[in-house]
Write a protein that binds this ligand. Structure first.
Ligand SMILES: *Cc1c(COP(=O)(O)O)cnc(C)c1O
Length: 322
């Protein structure tokens, strides 16, 4: 069993969200928000929990540089660089875009954190994974000891961080949630929660359009994470919603804009347009269609606010839904 590092502020709060619940037709005491946006590492977000385990593994293997990658606005890339800096190892990040003429959002923070950038040009999910592996080979050929972290930190080791989150929720709620809703990028957060709760029925992942094979990956990683943590094999069937990402990964949608408005105006909570806004849009749909199970519902706030500070969204936020 890997002993996690302490890169994150844990436990994160589990906050009641009764005003938001009321707007969604849920009685008081039904809806909670798990504040994993408050994990602290370089602005926070869900990747800190995975990095607790991934970085422990990297140090145990004697790595001297963390290598990962993501889209231009990757929160995972930002937080991985921060973790490397805290640990005193190098960080090389492969970005699946060209270098922007003018940094915005996460890229501003990435520059501050000062990794070695590889601007690989636009690449889809698996070609980017291949490029990350090639960069590791190049570093090895130069005598470095790279630790490869796949996109989003989606490995069984990374998912252990979300078994911890599931345990926190159980303790804070005093019961299992009937449903936890999370944005689904690489799938590791969803997989870890399932491994922690032991039941696929208790987690809904909302596909944000990054990864093509979530329906296969999530159950596979959940089983592997459960085995690593000596938990029982999760029961039930994986639940992934594919109806809320819009035209593409990162594409603005009216439903997400409406969800951002509800969270901001009812609870003072800031969501992002790429991940949490899409998950929140699914929450709104499920509440409206009375598809939420009885019992406590936990919305996973996984972070991502830096993406609001990009050109794509600066006009979009001015539209104010009724
Ligand atoms: C990465 C990310 C997710 C998705 O988590 P996965 O474990 O990759 O599925 C959700 N929200 C935010 C803000 C993220 O950065």
């Amino acid at each position: 069993m890997i002993k996690p590092l302490a890169l994150a502020h844990l436990p994160t709060p589990l906050e009641p969200a009764d005003r938001l619940g009321a707007a969604l037709g849920l009685e008081a005491g039904r809806l909670f928000v798990k504040r994993d946006d408050c994990t602290g590492l370089a602005g926070g977000g869900n990747k800190a929990r995975k990095l607790n385990y991934l970085c422990a593994d990297a140090l145990a293997q004697g790595a001297d540089v963390l290598v990962t990658g993501g889209g231009r606005q990757s929160n995972h890339v930002r937080m991985t660089i921060a973790a490397a800096n805290r640990l005193g190892v190098g960080a090389t990040v492969v970005m699946s875009s060209d270098e922007p003429a003018r940094p915005s959002g996460n890229v501003v923070l990435d520059h501050l954190l000062a990794p070695d950038f590889v601007w690989a040009g636009p690449l889809k999910y698996y070609p980017l994974e291949e490029r990350i592996a090639e960069v590791c080979d190049e570093l090895r050929a130069r005598g470095r000891l790279p630790y490869r972290i796949p996109i989003g930190g989606a490995t069984p080791v990374g998912a252990l961080g979300y078994i911890d989150a599931a345990d926190e929720i159980l303790e804070q709620l005093g019961a299992l949630p009937s449903l936890a809703i999370t944005a689904n990028g690489s799938g590791g957060t969803h997989a870890g929660l399932v491994a922690g709760f032991g039941d696929h029925a208790r987690v809904l992942g909302v596909d944000v359009g990054t990864r093509p094979d979530l329906d296969d990956v999530v159950p596979r990683e959940a089983s592997a994470a459960a085995a690593l943590a000596a938990r029982s094999e999760p029961v039930g069937e994986v639940q992934v919603d594919h109806d809320h990402f819009g035209a593409d990964y990162g594409a603005p949608t009216d439903a997400a804009r409406h969800a951002l408005h509800l969270f901001a105006t009812r609870e003072g909570l800031l969501l992002d347009p790429v991940y949490t806004g899409k998950a929140a849009a699914a929450l709104v749909t499920y509440a409206r269609d009375e598809r939420l199970p009885d019992g406590p519902i936990v919305f996973m706030h996984t972070g991502g606010v830096p993406a609001l500070f990009t050109n794509t969204f600066s006009e979009w936020v001015k539209t104010r839904p009724s």
